[in-house]
Design a protein around this ligand. Structure first.
Ligand code: 9MR
Length: 373
């Protein structure tokens, strides 16, 4: 049959539109990193077995869903610098190779932290020995990964809740300028890597003010600081969106980037909030404190999804100020919140469940971007 011109055009248009349908990526094929690629990096924290790629299914999920990584534990000083004259880079080499293989933004966590500290460092008493330690520690590690680790938590959790400097071996032996020293050493070892101060509870006004003053002081002392990491260990209601927004505004006003570096949302009661959990009635207390040992009820699942959605909506509003949003772990089974502040509970703080299936929270974060298109 010979087609008349109008009929030919109609057939062509229909063919093209049906092809577009066939080749349109199904909704489920859009992953979270793809959805947010124009906005900020979407990161996760890797455990040792994830770095070592013990489970190919998990590796595939990580590389599909995330474009930034943080080592959950293996780059803390007790692992990287266990003795004064011995560094151990076996695992951190694997970590960096993982990120490079999957073309990811690679974050280093962490150089100076009072916790998970190499025991020999805890013994340092005087300022010269502390300066020597910090020079060797920071210079060796940052130069080893120069040009390969894209950003570092140079100092982690140096503040008390009231905004004063925390008593630590660094403060006690060197004084408050240990912060300036740490940032200057890191910048010298790799001038191009981004340098962050990282802490939790920065929504607390006093602590935030302490952080702002500390960063201003670093800037006044001529140290390079590129960003602040707000960890984001939050719950279903607190901090409020207004408080979170205030941290974004206050820190970005200093001319630095804001990253959300360890995001997770606990759904379990806090031992400090529960009234009437009589510690003498142990099993009753356990049930109250671990209310969802088998499965998360739909109503809480939805609350979690709504909380994640509201938080990401706020992040999108301030996307020009935010460099990265990192979840503290890949799935619920891996989360440190199953063991803190009470051991052996079943928590549900992340975007993937124990079987690595995306939760409603995942879908709500993804949908937020779909809706914007
Ligand atoms: O998730 C980490 C957990 O496996 C460790 O046992 C714990 C030890 O302190 O550290 C956890 O990660 C912390 C991070 O390094 C710094 N901010 C607080 C995190 C949760 O405790």
């Amino acid at each position: 049959m010979k087609l008349t011109k109008p009929l030919f055009i109609l057939v062509t248009v229909l063919a093209i539109s049906s092809c577009t349908k066939i080749y349109k990526k199904p909704e489920t094929a859009v992953t979270i990193k793809e959805a947010y690629k124009e906005n900020f990096y979407i990161g996760t924290a890797l455990s040792q077995s994830q770095i070592e790629e013990k489970d190919p299914m998990v590796t595939a999920l990580i590389s599909k869903e995330f474009n930034s990584i943080t080592p959950e534990n293996i780059m803390k000083s007790m692992f990287t610098h266990p003795e004064q004259d011995r560094f151990d880079f076996k695992l951190s080499d694997k970590y960096v190779a993982f990120g490079e293989k999957h073309n990811m933004f690679i974050h280093g966590h962490t150089l100076i932290w009072h916790s998970q500290l190499a025991p020999w460092m805890a013994q340092i008493k005087d300022s010269t020995a502390m300066a020597d330690m910090m020079t060797n520690h920071i210079t060796t590690i940052v130069s080893k990964y120069k040009g390969r680790i894209n950003s570092w938590d140079v100092v982690n959790e140096a503040l008390n809740e009231d905004g004063t400097l925390r008593k630590s071996v660094f403060l006690n032996s060197y004084g408050k300028d240990f912060l300036t020293l740490a940032f200057k050493l890191a910048a010298k070892a790799d001038p191009k890597t981004d340098l962050y101060y990282n802490d939790y509870n920065l929504c607390n006004a006093k602590k935030r003010k302490g952080a702002v003053d500390m960063i201003k002081n670093l800037q006044k002392n001529g140290a390079k600081i590129d960003g602040v990491g707000e960890q984001g260990h939050w719950n279903l209601t607190s901090p409020s969106l207004d408080e979170i927004e205030q941290t974004i505004l206050d820190f970005s006003a200093l001319g630095i980037k804001v990253a959300f570096t360890e995001l997770d949302i606990t759904v379990l009661p806090s031992p400090w909030d529960v009234v009437g959990a009589d510690v003498n009635q142990k099993s009753e207390a356990n049930e109250k404190m671990n209310p969802y040992p088998k499965v998360l009820p739909d109503s809480v699942q939805q609350q979690l999804a709504a909380r994640y959605e509201a938080i990401f909506k706020l992040f999108l509003k301030h996307q020009d100020k935010i460099s990265r949003v990192t979840l503290w772990g890949v799935n619920d089974g891996q989360s440190w919140l199953n063991d803190w502040p009470i051991r052996g509970r079943t928590n549900y703080p992340l975007l993937f469940d124990r079987e690595f299936k995306p939760k409603e929270a995942y879908t709500s974060v993804l949908k937020l971007k779909e809706a914007k298109k």
